[in-house]
Write a protein of this length. Structure first.
Length: 183
């Protein structure tokens, strides 16, 4: 073969082929050099960043678990507080009802005592009035008897001025305490 036939491979000359191979080798060298120097540090930075993100994500998940546990404890305590409040409210209502019953019982007892005192005072007043009326009736009867006694000496007195028979019994009844006064 002739050199001219080797000169062109796929329509390329040897110099161009050599330049392409050299550029390819330089490109690969550059890639490896860059990956060792530049990409490694970028990769390391990305890996470190990934680790930090993973740690933060793990910490966040732990915090979320703690928050859920605290929320459960909070809800538990809230339920207990509601139950205690209900029990306290029930006890307060019962205490109020008991106190109300005691107040009513005291009021009834006081009213009974006041009624008894009022009745006793009314009886005393009634007895006092009865005694005064009896006293007045005796005085009146005595004055009537005195007048009758003076008028009895006069036989010529008119029949209207003489004491009727029914008044004599009344005066005696009043003096005996049985008069027309109702007990």
């Amino acid at each position: 073969m002739d050199i001219a036939g080797f000169e062109r491979l796929f329509g390329l000359d040897i110099q161009l082929l050599f330049d392409v191979v050299i550029e390819f080798l330089l490109l690969m060298f550059l890639y490896f050099a860059m990956s060792r120097l530049f990409f490694r540090s970028v990769r390391r930075f990305l890996e470190e960043r990934q680790e930090v993100i993973q740690k933060e994500l793990g910490a966040a998940q732990k915090e979320e678990k703690k928050i859920l546990e605290l929320k459960a404890v909070y809800e538990d305590k809230l339920d207990q507080a509601k139950e205690e409040a209900g029990e306290l409210l029930a006890r307060s209502r019962q205490a109020a009802l008991d106190e109300q019953e005691q107040i009513i019982a005291r009021a009834k007892q006081e009213a009974t005592l006041r009624m008894a005192e009022a009745e006793a005072q009314a009886r005393q007043a009634k007895e006092h009035i009865r005694a005064r009326i009896q006293m007045q009736a005796r005085e009146l009867a005595a004055s009537i008897l005195i007048q009758i006694g003076d008028d009895g000496k006069k036989e010529d007195a008119a029949p209207e001025e003489q004491e009727p028979d029914w008044t004599k019994g009344r005066i005696k009844d009043m003096e005996g305490g049985h008069g027309d006064i109702h007990h």
